[in-house]
Ligand binder design. Sequence first.
Ligand SMILES: [Zn+2]
Ligand SMILES: [Zn+2]
Length: 242
Amino acid sequence: MRKSEYSISNSTIKEEGILIKIKQKYRIITILSLAIIGFAGYYFWYYRTIDIQEVPVIARMQDKRFSGKVIAIQPMGEIEKTHIDSISRLFKELYDIETKVLPVIPIPKKTFMEDRKQYSAGLLNDYLAGQRKNYFKLMGVIDEDMAVPAHAYLFGLASLSRDVFVVSLTRLRESYYHRKENSKLFRSRLYKITMHEYGHTFGLSHCLSTGTCLMRFIGSVRDLDYSDCGFCWVCCQRIRLP
Ligand SMILES: [Zn+2]
Ligand SMILES: [Zn+2]
């Protein structure tokens, strides 16, 4: 009797051992699957590359107050025309605003900071402010590195009270960071920084929300990729205030 009890309990122990092994196997498979799904989700969520047609309605600032207005785009220095065309398309399709591309001019020499070997974004905006005339906004575009005294570099800078802003293409490229070029990511960054600086010209300061609003401070290219393609509800309301 004792022997059979012993043999029963022995086989039970064996079965339990197999069950534990199977459970462990499934646990590992489950953890691995979750990790893979999580990583893939994070990757696609983190790199929110956008194209105009993918921008949700909330990000579109189509407003009757802006109808008939013209945004002038001033390319400065050597710039590929396709990038300027992309910006024109952005304003037309997203905001229903006409753009006028001004003839390319050399980057004003006085805006170059010899000591830092960068262009001064503040001085570029000063220059643009003197050229704005009756344009609704004047956007400057350069393909050189730029900065302000307080920052090592900038992707863009807006002058809140003068309706001008400038964007630099240099650090939007993956190749700048010694990574493989990605034209979609570049275009997405160009759209985002243009919309961010454009938002500033409506008096929007940096958004303090904890979300991914496009008006949050952008300190690195990762911030730019992380940010959403539109403004949060609070920023939208602030723009629409009479
Ligand atoms: Zn900003
Ligand atoms: Zn916001």
